[in-house]
Write a protein that binds this ligand. Structure first.
Ligand code: KG4
Ligand code: ZN
Length: 357
């Protein structure tokens, strides 16, 4: 058999070209209010990471409006993609793999990224991998680092709060919130206190100037050791600032700064305590934090300090990779690709996509 024929046969057996080196992956993220594309070389080198946020369009509504978010993704996806290629100094034909957020998230936004990714994979004849957005938040920690083999993953975002145990690339859920997500609680409490959206970064800043002991919140009673609940504390904040019977403002209510500090002290305390308990339970020496709330200054400070006291390392992603971005999707896509995962062109967005496969 001559060399030419052999090469042809190889290509015929596999629908995808054999990866070249350096391996270039396009990561596409459109799960909520951000539209992001990133070009990743190998597993660690981010050549570009372009993010277009629609946050300014949602502020006046006090939360993300799904229809507005998906429309923004539609408008932005092409130019964000082109900018990502330009910044990485590559052409679309140089790409080897496309990774896209398959879920969880808002269906309208997810469909924009998934449709774009499928069309591109078909046109370029390269493989496609659907990625779980929450798994990607965890791997955002590992750029340029050797990742631990076993670790506790604490996922804290606007839609999720979970404690996971990760081993040999597999993720197991230890516990999760039974009601609001922690980011959602931050956003709702900020609204109650008359602050803008998103409330997390605003409360975080105000909390630094307030008294964390001003209000003592009751810890929620939970049946399961690693579950969370944040809806009770939100109501407790409401009853501090308004009379529960009349709904009138409470003239004796603590200041906004004291409320922010007390709220933050309580919820972050619960997160840190449970994460450390989970690490002890599983006998692991690494806690990896992912999701928008991983940007929280008190969570970073307290978990790092308390974990170190027990010989545990707390991992936080760089600030730019804390919130939604294409680079983390690309990295998770490369990992899954190496494990042999491929998505077909019939793949579609899944708003309730579960962790693990
Ligand atoms: O992961 P993310 O960007 O989007 C989702 O997938 O939900 O997380 C957004 C959430 C919002 O609820 C926002 O208020 C919260 O992350 N957040 C923070 C901080 N920065 C963002 N919460 C507390 N402290 C912060 N510094
Ligand atoms: Zn997210």
């Amino acid at each position: 058999m001559n060399a030419k024929k052999k090469k042809g046969n190889k290509r015929f057996c596999s629908p995808f070209p054999v990866p070249r080196s350096p391996f270039l992956t396009l990561g596409i993220e459109t799960s909520c209010d951000e539209t992001s594309c990133s070009v990743l070389r190998g597993k660690d080198t981010i050549l570009s990471n372009v993010v277009s946020s629609s946050l300014f369009r949602h502020k006046k509504f006090g939360g993300v409006v799904p229809e507005v978010a998906s429309r923004h993704c539609m408008e932005q996806i092409q130019c964000v993609f082109e900018e990502a290629l330009q910044e990485a100094k590559i052409k679309a034909k140089d790409l080897d793999l496309i990774a896209v957020t398959q879920g969880p998230g808002l269906i309208g936004s997810l469909l924009v990224g998934v449709a774009f990714a499928k069309a591109l994979a078909y046109q370029l004849e390269i493989p496609l991998v659907g990625v779980n957005h929450m798994e990607a938040h965890l791997v955002a920690n590992f750029f340029g680092h050797k990742e631990p083999k076993r670790f506790i993953g604490l996922l804290v975002s606007g839609g999720h709060t979970m404690l996971t145990f990760c081993e040999k690339g597999k993720i197991h859920i230890l516990g999760e919130t039974i009601d609001d997500a922690v980011g959602e609680a931050y956003d709702k409490v900020a609204k109650i206190l008359g602050l803008s959206y998103p409330g997390g970064p605003i409360l975080d800043k105000l909390a630094r100037e307030g008294n964390p002991q001003a209000v003592r919140f009751t810890r929620p009673k939970l049946d399961k050791r690693f579950n969370f609940s944040f809806s009770g504390i939100k109501t407790a904040v409401l009853y501090q600032v308004r009379d529960p019977k009349t709904g009138k403002p409470n003239p004796q209510a603590p200041s906004v700064k004291d409320m922010a500090a007390s709220f933050q002290h309580a919820v972050i305390g619960w997160l840190v305590e449970k994460a450390l308990d989970a690490a002890e339970f599983k006998g692991v020496k690494d806690i990896v934090v992912g999701g928008g709330v991983s940007a929280n200054s008190y969570l970073r400070e307290k978990l790092t300090r308390d974990a170190a006291a027990q010989g545990i390392k707390a991992w936080f992603p760089p600030f730019v990779l804390s919130t939604d971005n294409g680079a983390m999707i690309a990295r998770r896509g490369v990992e899954l690709f190496k494990q042999g995962f491929r998505s077909s062109l019939t793949m579609t967005g899944n708003p309730a996509l579960a962790l693990g496969r």
